[in-house]
Design a binder for this molecule. Structure first.
Ligand code: FE
Ligand code: FE
Ligand code: ZN
Length: 277
């Protein structure tokens, strides 16, 4: 069974997201923990969480993926920005304890000219200041397109962050197909080789989720503009090979394509038809 869903608005709570996911043929979903541009989060509604957990159990939603606000920058040159990232992530992880056993994905950040090494030191330092043995959420580093001074555009950079985290068992990686393509990893021409490289550098056992997106731009463009499935430069054939690849087919896949719900429903239907479980 293909585990697939898309990014959903969290404004109406967990149960509403679960119902929406089921209505479009999804059996998982991704959501922002708060306004994607940051800011304070609504208090957790415990009755909504309880209703959601029962609904998820009854409707075969095995796991979900939380996404940190994309403005978090734990490796900014500005101490206030780093501190905001640390407090926000700590608060998100506290809130995610209401729905334990899921993953929390974040963008490593942009070093803003300080250099990749400085960025890596800040990011791993932030994680070491937050993670505790009691956390029941796995924190995922997202593979990035390498736009500007982004950290995480190379597998080696993610490996270095993981190596410096003192609780590595709390960590994993989320592979974004648009980002790795834009980062210069040719998944269309050499999917096996790219996954071999991921395995050699990071380890496929660290891979916990896939963001399934096409890209508007050519290989190595370092742009990060998502396209609908089959409407970009990666193409439908490759994305079908991604969901069916023996190293990936067991993972949850999340669409972050420019779509409304009906478009997501169509993409999910199409990909389910192409899945050879
Ligand atoms: Fe992301
Ligand atoms: Fe993504
Ligand atoms: Zn992106």
């Amino acid at each position: 069974m293909l585990t697939i869903g898309c990014h959903l608005s969290s404004s109406k709570g967990y149960l509403a997201m679960g119902r929406t996911a089921v209505s479009i043929g999804a059996n998982t979903f991704q959501f922002f923990t708060r306004n994607p541009r940051g800011g304070s989060a609504k208090a957790i509604d415990e009755s909504d969480v309880a209703a959601y957990l029962e609904y998820a159990e009854g409707h075969g939603i095995p796991k979900i993926l939380a996404h940190a606000p994309y403005t978090l920058n734990g490796c900014s040159a500005d101490e206030n920005v780093r501190d905001f990232a640390r407090r926000t992530m700590a608060d998100d992880l506290r809130r995610l304890e209401y729905t334990p056993g899921n993953c929390y994905n974040f963008h490593p950040g942009s070093h803003g000219g300080q250099g990749t090494e400085a960025g890596i030191a800040y990011i791993s330092g932030m994680l070491n200041g937050i993670l505790t043995p009691g956390h029941r959420t796995t924190v995922l580093l997202e593979t990035m397109a390498g736009k500007g001074s982004e950290v995480g555009g190379r597998f080696e950079e993610l490996r270095e962050i993981l190596d410096r985290v003192t609780l590595p068992e709390k960590m994993g990686v989320c592979l974004d197909t648009c980002h790795v393509w834009d980062g210069g990893y040719d998944i269309a021409g050499h999917l096996d080789e790219v996954l071999d490289e991921f395995d050699r550098v990071i380890g496929l056992d660290r891979l916990k989720a896939v963001h399934l997106n096409d890209s508007l731009n050519p290989l190595g463009a370092h742009k990060d503009r998502h396209a609908r499935i089959g409407e970009g430069q990666i193409g439908l054939d490759t994305l079908v090979r991604v969901i069916n690849h023996p190293a990936l087919k067991h993972l949850p896949f999340y669409l972050e394509t420019p779509n409304e719900l009906d478009g997501y429903a169509r993409e999910i239907r199409l990909l389910r038809e192409q899945y050879r479980g």
